[in-house]
Design a protein around this ligand. Sequence first.
Ligand SMILES: Nc1nc2c(ncn2[C@@H]2O[C@H](COP(=O)(O)OP(=O)(O)OP(=O)(O)O)[C@@H](O)[C@H]2O)c(=O)[nH]1
Ligand SMILES: [Mg+2]
Length: 422
Amino acid sequence: MFIDKVDIFVKAGKGGNGCVSFRREKYVAKGGPDGGDGGNGGSVIFEIDEGENTLLPFKYRRKFVAANGGDGMPQKFHGKTAPDLIIKVPQGTLIKDKESGKIVFDMGTDGRFVAAKGGIGGWGNVHFATPTRQVPRFAKSGTEGQERELTLELKMLADVGLVGLPNVGKSTLLSMVSAARPKIADYHFTTLSPMLGVVSVGEGASFVMADIPGLIEGASDGLGLGHDFLRHVDRCRLLVHVVDASASEGRDPVDDIETVNLELIKYSEELSRRPQIIVANKCDIGVTEENKEALEHYAEVNGVDLFFISAAARENVDELMKAIYKKVSALPPIKSYEADFVPEEPAAADFSFEVTVEDGVYYLSGAWLEKLISNVNFSDYESVSFFQKVLRDKGVIKALEDAGIEEDDTVDISGVQFDFVF
Ligand SMILES: Nc1nc2c(ncn2[C@@H]2O[C@H](COP(=O)(O)OP(=O)(O)OP(=O)(O)O)[C@@H](O)[C@H]2O)c(=O)[nH]1
Ligand SMILES: [Mg+2]
């Protein structure tokens, strides 16, 4: 089975919490704060796996969660930093945002991408010792790791893509000129998954050629194996369009070329305009004068190069490879995809709130206030004074006073009530 598109979920680890602890030593009556920091959570990182050319491993594993950082410990011990989670993907994998389908990163030539950043470990109370706050009873909790829903899409990296109807000899050609060993047989759709081969045309001169399943009329509507495999020639600099010049299956070669070109257009306008070389194959069987002339005429009118070859008998194949190399060398490099996904800006911190008075109780509402109150420890002086400071800084005290509050009146924040003693 060949898998070249999958949805996955990645989540980085949470940062460990900071620790609240106090030194305890012989002869030291009241030790200072010594709670250590939490460790950072692991990130989720993509790397290229050179040997892999399908996304098959993702068939069974779709969820990738990195470990959390360890909590800080007494005696200034830091929590453990969690290891990063490395996800290996084949070269040419596009990482997309699942919802929008936009490109987040192209694992083309640059082989490393941090997809979800681990949370940061919180500070232990050792950091909060100041001349005025000698006994800090609080520490920070670690921050959450990022999480994302992604789509992985493989678009193989090849200079040259072989396209054509089934059974015309695409795989035969690749097997003749490279070490690749695609399956070859005398029936349609022998090739079921794309394959790459490196073609060497002399000292240090080579290019990568991709063989994909054959296209038929209606491939864009899902006929045959469909046209999804064209994504593997999306990046190619040159298309080598193979046609059965011997018309061994009784079709007209020029019609065949036009059929395939129409499917290319339906897949992508841009791909259909990619430079092509027409390869008229199976010449060993014999080509009628009429078909030969028609092909030559087609090539001339359309301004494309045309080669008559026999892949099986290896006739004119080396000349063809040299011509491909020459043409490819003059073309722009293999296409890489620019990221077009723009992460949503986190909303600016919203410190708005409202005061309502009912039966002498001053109700405060506001999302941030609810979050704040859930972190206050009312039995802890330090925690309460911090809470008071935040209320003062954000203008809440002033608003309560404007609303007419007096000492010992009751304040309510999402059900938590306390006396106004500011
Ligand atoms: N006589 C002759 N037969 C050839 C030539 N090239 C390929 N064939 C035969 O044509 C048949 C199809 O060849 P493949 O290479 O499998 O064709 P393909 O285009 O990869 O086919 P699909 O993978 O099905 O799209 C096989 O039986 C080959 O042996 C050639 O130059 N001459
Ligand atoms: Mg084939």
